[in-house]
Design a binder for this molecule. Structure first.
Ligand code: PGH
Ligand code: CA
Ligand code: ZN
Length: 307
């Protein structure tokens, strides 16, 4: 069954006016939860794997989990390296069975980012692998008070167009006010949608939103009810994600919500039944919680029925 690239999924999403979720995976229960939601919703998905996840689970275990998921589900699923920084890992992914890679050289000055990204594009494209680059640094819009600083951190639409042209990337991750993790905003959540519109207009390739977890109430409440300490945790509201998708974001990255959902489920079981020591009894509910989160994301992004 189809192993697809991000590019195929995202071009389709771009034409259809919806977005595909990229869900981070590092073990069996997580990918099973993701795929089970996608099956019920007949949705495509991007299985995102970080360098840390490869180190944790092992390259071949990751690959086998992905291939099994594709075989079992028959769904269009991409296997994507998330935030690739190490060229050796990136090469291994390109040669070893991933369908897409991200090169994240966004911490470097513009010209160096271009050079590093161009190098990966030249390795990946002959192998039929799509490439995501990143320009800008993730940070909350309202948390950057200084105007010059804001311009330095958030993605500049003109530079984005130059970056796309100079590198040949298939998609671009941009900074419009989101950030990674569970503590995204100190003040009111806000995305720079005007900037997004300008980027979409100037680039003409699929745009990616990182740091897009919402920290849903039910997830946060369950985890904290059973003792998790997550004071001040705050995500991107669903309305803001919907607005971003409406204005051209085609890939939405979710990791934190899966982590928090898993945490709450495991904590609940271990708190309610402290005598329990069968891993299936706490990892099973964790898998169910992942499935619920992914189901909600599919509805939010509009990818149901698009497999
Ligand atoms: C992400 C995930 N992965 O690359 O961008 O972000 O922390 O918001 O889930 P979150
Ligand atoms: Ca980055
Ligand atoms: Zn990210």
């Amino acid at each position: 069954m189809p192993m697809v690239t991000n590019d195929e999924l995202m071009q389709k999403a771009k034409d259809g006016g919806y977005a595909v979720g990229a869900f981070n995976m590092n073990n069996m229960e997580i990918i099973q939860g993701i795929v089970s939601a996608c099956q019920e919703k007949n949705s495509p998905a991007i299985i995102a794997v970080s360098e840390g996840a490869i180190k944790y689970a092992g390259f071949n275990f990751i690959l086998s989990l992905y291939r099994t998921a594709v075989d079992e589900s028959g769904l269009p699923l991409a296997l994507h390296l998330d935030h690739g920084k190490d060229l050796e890992v990136i090469k291994r992914c390109i040669e070893g069975g991933f369908t897409s890679v991200m090169i994240d050289a966004s911490q470097l000055p513009f010209e160096e980012n271009v050079a590093a990204t161009r190098e990966v594009v030249e390795l990946a494209h002959p192998a039929g692998i799509s490439v995501e680059g990143e320009l800008g640094r993730l940070a909350g819009v309202e948390d950057i008070v200084d105007v010059d600083e804001r311009e330095a951190i958030l993605t500049d639409p003109q530079s984005a167009a130059e970056f796309v042209e100079a590198t040949g990337v298939d998609s671009l991750a941009v900074a419009i006010g989101t950030s990674h993790g569970a503590y995204k905003f100190k003040s009111d959540p806000k995305l720079d949608i005007k900037r997004l519109k300008e980027i979409v207009a100037s680039c003409n390739i699929p745009i990616v939103l990182h740091g897009a977890s919402g920290v849903p109430d039910w997830v946060l409440e369950r985890a904290t009810k059973y003792g998790a300490q997550l004071k001040g945790a705050r995500g991107v509201p669903n309305e803001a994600i919907a607005e971003a998708v409406k204005n051209g974001v085609c890939k939405v990255n979710i990791d934190t919500d899966l982590r928090l959902a898993m945490l709450g489920a495991v904590r609940e079981v271990l708190t309610e039944t402290p005598q329990q020591f069968d891993p299936r009894k706490y990892l099973g509910p964790a898998r169910e919680a992942i499935k619920r989160v992914v189901t909600e994301k599919i509805d939010l992004l509009g990818s149901a029925g698009k497999a």
